[in-house]
Design a protein around this ligand. Sequence first.
Ligand code: PCA
Length: 149
Amino acid sequence: MALVFVYGTLKQGQPNHKVLLDCANGFAAFQGRGRTAKPYPLVIAGEHSIPWLLHLPGRGHSVLGEIYRVDEHMLCFLDDFEGCPDMYQRTKVQVEVLTWEGEGFPGDSVQCFLYSTATYPPEWVHLPYHESYDSEGPHGLRYNPRENR
Ligand code: PCA
């Protein structure tokens, strides 16, 4: 089992959350909410208005998201789904725990996998930085679901 921190379309209420609920992809259980211990730039970019956490720790915001416990099968599925390692890379980060529904006491922070990118066009650094992603947010950048591409 591993912990994954999701900040984008995989969150509850977001366009790709359903893949975490699909047992055919493996196992995932919501553990709680958190925020990255370090700040990162979270941008919405590209022709499909996809959220990307740029691998530039120290810039932007401490990003809000959800923590899931996943099995190896789901982790492999997510790597493939997120285009890892070409588009996103799966890295380990420290996440401050805000709420916890999982078993046991997690402590103030937990180490989680997260999908960020170090392989982005340099101009993305100049896009607005978000603290939290909502595909229907006031930014007006509507995510183009995969099935429409
Ligand atoms: N999916 C992953 C990375 C960005 C995205 O849209 C997530 O929700 O964390």
